[in-house]
Design a protein around this ligand. Structure first.
Ligand SMILES: [Mg+2]
Length: 174
């Protein structure tokens, strides 16, 4: 049997709806209800007045809603590809444990060996990478899928394939 292709999947903005979480935490903190359409082109944390406080708050990463279709889609891809979840966790080290238990809850079919919580993603190698940040995709040598998010919408970088949801990813990869 041919060796499976290695698929690298990001968490925040690809599996985890981090914008929805920022919106909910901001509303709870300041009463300000922001819309995703208001934060186009701005980095997630900077787009919200208290974003930098909330990423350091216990429970922020543990309770993020799952992006629609992510669980079912990844379960299918996990059979066809050698999947690794690669997520930056060292900028906010408190999130490390929370991210692990979040994956365990929502993606129980993944083993701990498939979870790579790291610093820079520049060391990561594989055949396909799905990520919402150019900084991670630009240094990757394989095929790159840019997951559409408000912060990357004002940029027209055509070197990556833009995908808007998990149905589109399944159509491209299965
Ligand atoms: Mg991300």
């Amino acid at each position: 049997m041919a060796k499976k292709l290695r698929l690298i999947v990001d968490m925040d903005g690809v599996l985890a709806d981090v914008y929805e979480q920022f919106i909910q935490f901001e509303f709870r903190e300041s009463g300000l209800l922001m819309k995703k359409s208001e934060v186009h082109g701005t980095d997630e944390i900077l787009a919200f007045p208290n974003g930098n406080i909330h990423v350091h708050e216990r429970g922020f990463f543990r309770t993020i809603p799952v992006i629609s279709g992510a669980t079912e889609s990844l379960e299918k891809l996990n059979k066809a590809y050698e999947v690794f979840i690669v997520s930056s966790a060292m900028e906010f080290p408190n999130c490390l444990e929370e991210k692990y238990y979040w994956l365990k809850e929502h993606f129980p079919f993944l083993s701990w060996k498939q979870i790579v919580l790291c610093g820079s993603k520049e060391v990561v190698q594989g055949n396909i990478m799905i990520d919402d940040h150019f900084k991670n995709l630009d240094s990757f040598t394989g095929r790159t899928l840019l997951f559409d998010q408000p912060h990357n919408q004002n940029s027209n970088d055509h070197s990556h394939e833009r995908v808007c949801n998990w149905d589109e990813i399944i159509q491209l990869l299965l």
